[in-house]
Design a protein around this ligand. Structure first.
Ligand SMILES: [Zn+2]
Ligand SMILES: [Zn+2]
Length: 319
């Protein structure tokens, strides 16, 4: 039986969204299992929401009832700290997650602060746009932050929910793109998504061949790898950036970092401004998530399929 709750009065700066679609992100699976120790039950997952504004709070001027909007991982911030003022709300220490201590988007309705609710460009179909709200921004933000441009050589590790979007965005930015995957069967799909090169990362010889060729490598996977090999794949001044979380600590020697001015970094989602920019870029350049649709009522079935890694590349629930 579906869980029902009374959300109380709508806050003056909040909006209520009538959910039409919600993507299933791997973070939802971690929250369902309380892997991070922050879940509260009964728990409603979901933070890749598309829907229409059903109600606006008394102080909301930026959005109107009936407008099509999106909501991602973040649903509020303090609005006053250094990071909020600098337009880097995703770094706010008081960040509120859409489905952390709040009721998320596997639902009929969801609420958030209006600053984090972004209009969706008309050119984007809702089911293809939903995964951009978390998966998309997670890869878009670091590609922008690290200045990826037509002179860049970019590597993307993992061709899944995040990776298949990273390949598309890197290609839109004009970079030469190398996809790394442990499944040789994904080569054709990687190339269709825009990758110029494909490296089967199970073959150590293939990995060694790309030594010193890449400016920026984005790791989207949640598995341990021989990270030293990827550091070796970087050109001087290159960066290995994590958006996926390997289970073990990342152990590498400092020498190649020092000698080639190379860096290791990470990146958390993106700001509301960046979300807006990303959606605009996706609309103008045809970036879209490849999805498998499920009715909202079959959320449990969809989650099981995501757990078994059988969805290419994002499951999206629809009301
Ligand atoms: Zn997510
Ligand atoms: Zn703040």
């Amino acid at each position: 039986m579906p869980f029902r709750y009374d959300p109380g009065e709508l806050g003056p700066q909040e909006v209520e969204i009538g959910v039409s679609h919600c993507g299933i992100c791997h973070s939802d699976l971690h929250l369902i299992a309380n892997d991070w120790g922050i879940s509260q039950y009964p728990f409603i997952p979901g933070h890749e929401v598309i829907g229409t504004i059903a109600a606006v709070g008394a102080d909301v001027r930026s959005l109107t009832v009936g407008q099509r909007v999106g909501l991602g991982w973040q649903s509020n911030s303090c609005g006053e700290c250094e990071w909020c003022i600098r337009g880097m709300e995703n770094l706010c220490p008081a960040i509120e997650g859409t489905c952390v201590h709040r009721n998320g988007g596997y639902a009929d309705r969801v609420r958030a602060n209006a600053r984090f609710v972004i209009p969706i460009p008309a050119a984007l179909m809702s089911e293809h746009a939903a995964p951009l709200l978390c998966g998309g921004i997670t890869v878009y933000s670091p590609l922008r932050a690290h200045g990826v441009n037509p002179s860049s050589r970019v590597g993307v590790i993992g061709i899944g929910g995040l990776g298949h979007l990273a390949i598309q965005f890197a290609r839109v930015f004009g970079a030469e793109v190398t996809a790394f995957s442990t499944s040789a069967g994904k080569e054709e799909e990687a190339r269709a998504l825009g990758a110029h090169h494909f490296v089967n990362s199970r073959e150590s010889k293939a990995l060694k061949e790309v030594a010193g060729t890449l400016d920026f490598i984005l790791s989207t996977i949640n598995a341990d790898q021989d990270w030293a090999t990827y550091i070796q794949a970087l050109r001087p001044t290159g960066t290995l950036c994590f958006v996926g979380v390997p289970p073990s600590p990342v152990a590498v020697h400092a020498f190649p970092l020092i000698s080639g001015l190379r860096s290791i970094s990470g990146s958390p989602i993106g700001s509301p401004y960046q979300l807006k920019e990303m959606l605009d870029v996706a609309a103008r350049h045809g970036v879209k998530a490849q999805i498998e649709p499920f009715p909202m009522a079959k959320a449990n079935e969809a989650i099981e399929k995501v757990k078994k890694n059988k969805v290419r590349y994002r499951a999206v629930l629809a009301n």
